[in-house]
Design a protein around this ligand. Sequence first.
Ligand code: GLU
Length: 433
Amino acid sequence: MEKTTKENTVATIDSTTSHLRENPFQIARQQLRLVGQTFNIDPNLITVLQECKKAVEVAIPIRMDDGSIRSFQGFRVQHNVARGPSKGGIRYHPDVTLDEVKALSMWMTWKCALMGIPFGGAKGGVICDPKQMSVRELEGMTRRYTSEIITLIGPEKDIPAPDVGTSPREMAWIFDTYSMNKGHSVLGVVTGKPLTVGGSLGRLEATSRGGLYCLLEALKKMDTTPVGQRAAIQGFGNVGSFLAQFLHEEGALVVAISDSGGGIYNPKGIDIPAAIAFKQETGHLRGFRGAEAITNEELILLDCDILAPCALEQVITADNAAKVRAKVIVEGANGPTTPAADDILEDMGVLILPDVLANAGGVVVSYFEWVQGLQEYFWKEDEVNGKLRDIVCKAFEETWALRAQRQTSMRMAAYGLAVMRVAEATTTRGLYP
Ligand code: GLU
């Protein structure tokens, strides 16, 4: 819950309700150390890579609709730029912390390296509840936040994009604010823009499409197809809703979906197009006909074949991992599984398609959008999707092969490949000065 008083106009957030039970940056560092040990990476390099290159905190004062002024707290973190300009989304959520943004920026570094796209990792966040704010307030906050980080971002240094709580609308405001200050349109400063102002075809669906490609490859390895597979999908935002639609179109039975207000379950399969229309109309999934209400916690433990956490971090933990019944987990969200849960699931033989692989489709098409913007030459949707498929499937194959070769998990293999690529770039460039 957000609280403001007349005397104190700084937004304070009650952290007892946060979804972050463990410090995400400690988790990200723990994963990195494990990768270092597993793949024998020079400890000096791990020392470099476990820190963020730059972390900035800004105050974002804006006038609210009631005439009062509130100051929101925002962050932009650049983890690493050894392989190219830093890249990563901006999150608007009440639970945002600096350490969460740091972890997310580190994961972006690994994601871009695993995909072989020429970016480092970054992330931004503002502590706010966008659902409680008017469009005017959100625009003011976005423009002021952009102004506060304007010297940090740019097409050649750091390129934001959408994340939890932001969408193409916010990206248009960032693009406009940056461009107005430069005196000309700078298409490459931000990705995930609306199509009318230099967005890329296929970007909106890209994260889910990448997840689908990854899952299809995994199912092929398991000698099966999506037809008739029972899928439970947590989160019905950009990632979860398109993934539900794609799986439905592939012939899977989407038995459960949820948003932040709770979920719905039907063991015979939910009519996904109808659920999407219902959500668009009412703003929630609650009360959707022909399905029973379930909680987000129950969804994780449902009897299903495919589980796709597509919302926030730390939803599969040491407390519930042993009760997970899915055979495959597709991490549409960043960091949904804690390291302790990872160990439990690995012992149970559950195949986890890790975040840096399964949700990388978004940043891959962001890369395409950036390239198209720099060239001012735009591609057809088939071309975007075809190139996305090539990149995701190649990364999947490489990860699968390393996993078999090293007898490790998909996560360790994916992070291993990524960290080795970043380590190699760092070594090749040398330490400055
Ligand atoms: N926020 C997305 C992610 O976590 C997209 C980042 C981007 O496109 O730069 O991958």
